[in-house]
Design a binder for this molecule. Sequence first.
Ligand SMILES: NC(=O)c1ccc[n+]([C@@H]2O[C@H](COP(=O)([O-])OP(=O)(O)OC[C@H]3O[C@@H](n4cnc5c(N)ncnc54)[C@H](OP(=O)(O)O)[C@@H]3O)[C@@H](O)[C@H]2O)c1
Length: 228
Amino acid sequence: MKTALVTGGAKGIGEAIAKALANDHGMQLVLWGRDEHALMKACNTLAANGASASYAVVDMGDMASIQTGLDELATQEIAIDVLVNNAGILTDEPLLQMEDTDIVAHIAINALGPLRLIRALAPSMTKRGYGRIVNVSSGWGSFDEGLGPGAYGISKALLNAITVKTAAELPPYVAVNAACPGWVRTQMGGPGANRSVEEGANTPVWLATLEESAPTGQFFRNRKPIKW
Ligand SMILES: NC(=O)c1ccc[n+]([C@@H]2O[C@H](COP(=O)([O-])OP(=O)(O)OC[C@H]3O[C@@H](n4cnc5c(N)ncnc54)[C@H](OP(=O)(O)O)[C@@H]3O)[C@@H](O)[C@H]2O)c1
């Protein structure tokens, strides 16, 4: 049985990704997030459907908190086969008007936290001969699409760059890709978005479950490559 770690897995697109990996692909799930109540509830829902699920309270913007989460995985001897870097924050203030702390938070949560997890978990995937890493990015991180607002745009562009560079350093059987979920009805996307969370989860789940000859180092939307 494969084990997946989904950050921000207790709500929004992350919860839909976790549900699909558990219910449709029989994976064991580890959910990370900051909201313990939401994490517990999401794990109970997964367990009620027969899945094995656990959680840890981890702040993806805090390297010490990430290390505590990693230590917990090691203590419980949980090896991660599939990493979905989904947690993210968005404010749409212009870069020149943002507080420095908000800029740093976007880059830490949306890009450096995910990189820390890739650096921590990919070596064991390489040793075990299999790994799937999905960075939930955004068209707003694409130069080709003009980049999105403020620190969000630059943090997702950095996540895209991290995708390219880590994929190039890893063997092809540890596939690292970025996915844009589209505009999705979540706390971040708002009620007017045109996609459900299940629709938003579709491409990330597809990338997380590709078997042989998976692409690596690419950016996808609607299961099709898009430009960086
Ligand atoms: N919705 C869209 O239209 C859209 C479009 C393009 C890309 N995306 C991307 O899709 C991903 C999921 O977004 P969403 O729409 O599902 O947003 P959401 O409903 O706001 O959920 C965000 C998730 O990230 C977690 N999170 C935020 N900060 C965190 C931190 N410091 N540490 C740990 N977890 C943290 C939250 O968990 P806690 O509440 O527990 O902190 C929550 O589970 C994000 O990376 C986002 O950039 C979304």
